[in-house]
Design a protein. Structure first.
Length: 239
């Protein structure tokens, strides 16, 4: 399996030399599209396209690679947003009921989105998997399109600049740089999941404690009511 993955990556990197512009545009679209993006290494290929632009005589322009990758990222994120608007939460629930792994990722992304609000559209750009789920959540949650677009533009500009910069500055070592960034992305994902799990645990514990307190209060109220019923009225008391 590992050999096949290596062969596949090598094939893609060879294709970048001949189709840098096409790859810099198409793969960011796929990478930022709901579900599909979880299986496409768009950031690696954008860096590869930038590397090709720098190292190939009369090769593609780094600026054009950046513009195409930026445009592709925006298009993919907006596709995910529209999917969220059209499908809503019922779509998430239907998908999650079929694939348990997606359900776990969706729940983590939803908690992340609820906690960070509009800013999650920007932060999710740097967290593996979340980058194509969060725009869909924004659409399902009816986030204002202008607000969504503003955070998406900011996130896309910074992330694409990072990936193009890695490819252009690190030269033949661009893959090492991308893997470092990817590792940080997965670390961010694990950290986010850990924080979310802690928050859910704390919320659940707080809820149980409040329910216990409410139950105790209710029990005391019932005892008080019982004592009031058992107590003789003043009119019936012996003179």
């Amino acid at each position: 399996m590992i050999e096949f993955i290596d062969w596949f990556f090598d094939l893609l990197l060879v294709a970048v030399r001949d189709h840098a512009y096409l790859i810099a545009f198409v793969f960011p679209i796929i990478e930022n599209t709901f579900i599909l993006g979880s299986f496409v290494p768009g950031d690696l290929l954008v860096a590869a396209a930038a590397f090709t632009a720098v190292t190939t005589p009369d090769g593609p322009s780094v600026l054009v690679v950046w513009l195409l990758a930026f445009a592709g990222t925006l298009i993919g994120a907006n596709i995910s947003y529209v999917i969220g608007v059209r499908g809503g939460r019922p779509m998430f629930e239907a998908i999650a009921s079929r694939w348990g792994r997606i359900e776990e990722t969706y729940e983590a992304a939803e908690t992340f989105f609820e906690r960070h609000g509009n800013k999650s559209v920007f932060f999710a750009r740097y967290i593996a998997v979340f980058k194509n789920i969060t725009p869909t959540l924004a659409g399902a949650g009816r986030m204002r399109f202008v607000v969504f677009e503003a955070w998406t533009v900011l996130g896309a500009a910074t992330y694409v600049s990072l990936m193009v910069g890695i490819g252009a500055l690190l030269g033949e070592y661009y893959e090492v740089g991308v893997r470092i960034v990817t590792a940080f992305s997965w670390f961010g994902l694990l950290l986010a999941v850990a924080v979310i799990a802690f928050l859910l645990w704390g919320k659940r514990r707080y809820t149980r404690r409040k329910l216990a307190e409410l139950g105790a209060e209710r029990e005391l109220e019932m005892i008080a009511e019982s004592l009031e019923l058992d107590a003789p009225d003043d009119a019936d008391a012996p003179q």
